[in-house]
Design a protein around this ligand. Structure first.
Ligand SMILES: [Fe+2]
Ligand SMILES: [Fe+2]
Length: 328
């Protein structure tokens, strides 16, 4: 059942409105602006019908407050006179749904309320569906990565650490928060192309031969192919295709240099190498953070983008990197 808040300092109006909406809704009433604000601060309200002129706090202010504390609520202003200034405040600050003049037509007001709540329900359903879809695709990405990683010697914690290093670096590079967490998630797909690499090469304990390296170096583009052409995986394709490029142009598969390498790939490359250095692999013991960082720094400008290395240093100095490492 929807909750309606009705606000009016005129007791008769308040009683009439409350009576007309009591059937079918949970109605709350307030006899002034201050009382309305208290209710808004304490409980969720779906729709507010608020009088404009009240002795304590005006309806425009009550509705502005509602738009801040309960932005989803539908706001209807009821007024006995046309005051352009307060109407402007309502439209600009309170984002009101409707402006109804007294005396109002009860049938019309009722219809407005019904329509507004229908659209509110629809919006909520859409939000729920979107949240479900979002968590479904996130889980699908993780499942795919974990399945692929079974073939490789990397562990799932490697993928999670790369994800969080990537996210922290993206934020440091001024990528917006939502895009940064998307980049983090997509970074988990960096080696998805290894699905196409034969196990004999992936799991070979000895050094690879020159011919085997040729095959190994195909994994970035194999990843791009696996990731298809859905626009949603655009960033993952950039990362897969570019995470073995070097800033000075000496990497593979395309020998791109500088900013021709997508930012996402430059970031993930650093996150991936740093994590490989600081963790135990079958062929090596973990390096200390300091040694790994010194190694990364020595390759600023050759393997890595020096600007990203500088941001990485800040994350190293302020403890972000060790926090991520310890948590995963
Ligand atoms: Fe790789
Ligand atoms: Fe990796």
């Amino acid at each position: 059942m929807h909750t309606l808040l009705i606000v009016d300092d005129d007791a008769d109006v308040l009683a009439t409105l409350t009576r007309s909406f009591r059937k079918g809704y949970k109605t709350l009433s307030a006899s002034g602006g201050a009382a309305a604000i208290t209710i808004l601060n304490e409980q969720p309200v779906d729709l507010i019908i608020c009088d404009q002129r009240m002795p304590d706090i005006g309806g425009d202010q009550v509705l502005s407050h509602a738009s801040q504390v309960q932005p989803e609520s539908i706001r209807i202003l009821l007024t006995g006179y046309t005051d352009i200034e307060s109407l402007l405040t309502c439209v600009n600050d309170a984002h009101i749904y409707k402006y109804v003049t007294k005396p109002w037509d009860p049938a019309e007001l009722n219809l407005s309320v019904v329509r507004a709540l229908e659209s509110l329900d629809l919006k909520r359903e859409l939000d729920t569906a979107r949240d479900l879809l979002e968590s479904a695709y996130q889980d699908a990405v993780v499942m795919l990565c974990l399945a692929a990683e079974g073939k490789d010697q990397d562990t799932s914690s490697h993928l999670y650490r790369v994800k969080y290093y990537t996210e922290a670096l993206a934020i440091a590079m001024d990528v917006k928060t939502k895009a940064s967490s998307h980049m983090g998630l997509m970074s988990m797909l960096h080696d998805i192309g290894k699905l196409a690499t034969p196990d004999a090469i992936l799991k070979k304990p000895d050094k690879l031969t020159a011919e085997e390296w040729v095959i190994m170096k195909k994994h970035p583009l194999a990843g791009v192919r696996i990731l298809g052409n859905n626009p949603f995986y655009e960033l993952a394709r950039e990362i897969s295709g570019g995470h073995h490029e070097n800033f000075d142009g000496s990497g593979y598969p395309n020998g791109l240099s500088g900013e021709a390498i997508p930012l996402s790939a430059r970031i993930v490359k650093l996150a991936d190498v740093f994590d490989a250095l600081t963790t135990k692999r079958p062929y090596k013991e973990p390096w200390s953070m300091a040694d790994a960082f010194a190694h990364i720094e020595s390759q600023a400008g050759s393997a890595f983008d020096p600007i990203i290395v500088a941001e990485f240093k800040k994350l190293y100095d302020n403890g972000t990197l060790s926090r991520i490492k310890d948590a995963h």
